[in-house]
Design a protein around this ligand. Sequence first.
Ligand SMILES: Cc1cc2nc3c(=O)[nH]c(=O)nc-3n(C[C@H](O)[C@H](O)[C@H](O)COP(=O)(O)OP(=O)(O)OC[C@H]3O[C@@H](n4cnc5c(N)ncnc54)[C@H](O)[C@@H]3O)c2cc1C
Length: 317
Amino acid sequence: MRKIDKNHELAVELWNRYPDRVLLNEPLKKHTTYKVGGPATALCVPHAREELQDMLSFCAENDLPVFILGSGSNVLVHDRGLEQVVVKLERCCAELYHRGTELYAGAGILVSQLVSYCEEQELAGLDFMSGIPGTVGGALRMNAGAFVGEIGDRVLAIDAMNYQGEMFQIRGENAGFGYRRADNLQDKIMLGTLLHMDQGKRNTLQQSREGYLTQRAAKQPLDYGSCGSVFKRPPGNYAGSLIEKAGCKGMQIGGAMVSPKHANFIINYRNATAQDIYQLITRVQQTVFTKFGTWLELEVKLVGFTDEEEKKVQQPA
Ligand SMILES: Cc1cc2nc3c(=O)[nH]c(=O)nc-3n(C[C@H](O)[C@H](O)[C@H](O)COP(=O)(O)OP(=O)(O)OC[C@H]3O[C@@H](n4cnc5c(N)ncnc54)[C@H](O)[C@@H]3O)c2cc1C
């Protein structure tokens, strides 16, 4: 039997076990902020960590590849979709509580929920993350940050699982946090994290959150589908500034456009495909490289792309 047919048969078996937790051939465009991406063989939303473990061991035993998706706000999923089981943790990793200044947040919690909770509970230190549209799991994996900090600065420990369903803990200092990366978390599934916070005042935190949201609204094209910044900041420079100086603002391929408002945002301007966005990414990289000799490194994660397509964005041709 062909591998693809076998995977579909196994996904049906998973669906038979968990009919109300598994969607077959689910379009991923419904689960990404770019609003692009073809279907996943199956999309699973386990309701408890035990269910997650059971689903993962089923996939591991049957050689069925798994992809963990947060809010889909930092991924570009191929139009072809994914011959994989995509798992979302919003139900099984939804804890949010604190004792004193130590705060526990499940990986499926939205960053916006986390920021609101901190504000209500007068816990300071993560207000700069206001407006990041991801989950805590995605934020850990990306070491998401903005303005004055990164989530990694606050992490004491991470509860994690491997793809066989075994649980373990990683101390914050061993996560390998760096600029938009967490080197030692790549092959792990994050379930939740213990964060150290400071005491704050609700009014101050509210003002701070509103200030950050106002700055974002002023600078970012929030009316369109996007993944936020497409490229990482090159050493000693800004990707947006290089893209703008290279004359790429407003550049379009199909329904994708380099935002005229913020050059490091490539937006889904009008019914873009993932291929439109991908092509535009490579054109921007080439244009900036030709003009300034700087090869812009992707911050967005390509998902379901071929090795050749991946290679093309990693280095100049
Ligand atoms: C308008 C806009 C503004 C943005 N602003 C910022 C910003 O200021 N700063 C910033 O850093 N980012 C920003 N982003 C990018 C994005 O929101 C962050 O990178 C976010 O942390 C991604 O979280 P997510 O849950 O959406 O992850 P996804 O996009 O779903 O996934 C990203 C990666 O993390 C992995 N992943 C997700 N959850 C887990 C888990 N539990 N365990 C293991 N791996 C996991 C995925 O497999 C994937 O490799 C912005 C995006 C948008 C659309």
